[in-house]
Write a protein of this length. Structure first.
Length: 106
């Protein structure tokens, strides 16, 4: 994307819906792979957004997706989606699909 910088990170995501309760993410985001696991920051000029996807690369377990994390003071606002495998109803979704779930920096 023109004017966009993408920063890749390694890490892990812990959640009971994930296979084994935790997924290690070690690979860079691949735009040609549909729904792969990744942790990335997309930077557009002075704005930067955090995206975390976990569980997509596993045959077992569910998925965790945090989208569009943006700093607001000491808070980070997200849209969150947590799904169990093969269940069309989410275990948890941010109300209204907005970026209103708040994570506070301590």
């Amino acid at each position: 994307m023109i004017g966009t910088k993408i920063h890749h990170f390694k890490g892990s995501v812990k959640c009971t819906v994930l296979a084994g309760g935790e997924i290690a993410i070690t690979q860079k985001w691949d735009p040609t792979a549909m729904g792969g696991d990744s942790i990335k920051v997309q930077q557009y000029g002075k704005e930067a957004f955090l995206f975390v996807d976990a569980g997509n690369d596993a045959d077992e377990g569910g998925t965790v997706k945090l989208s569009h994390g943006q700093w607001d003071g000491n808070n980070l606002r997200f849209n969150v989606e947590i799904r169990e495998k093969d269940n069309p109803i989410a275990v948890y979704e941010t109300a209204g699909g907005a970026y209103t779930d708040v994570f506070s920096k301590k």
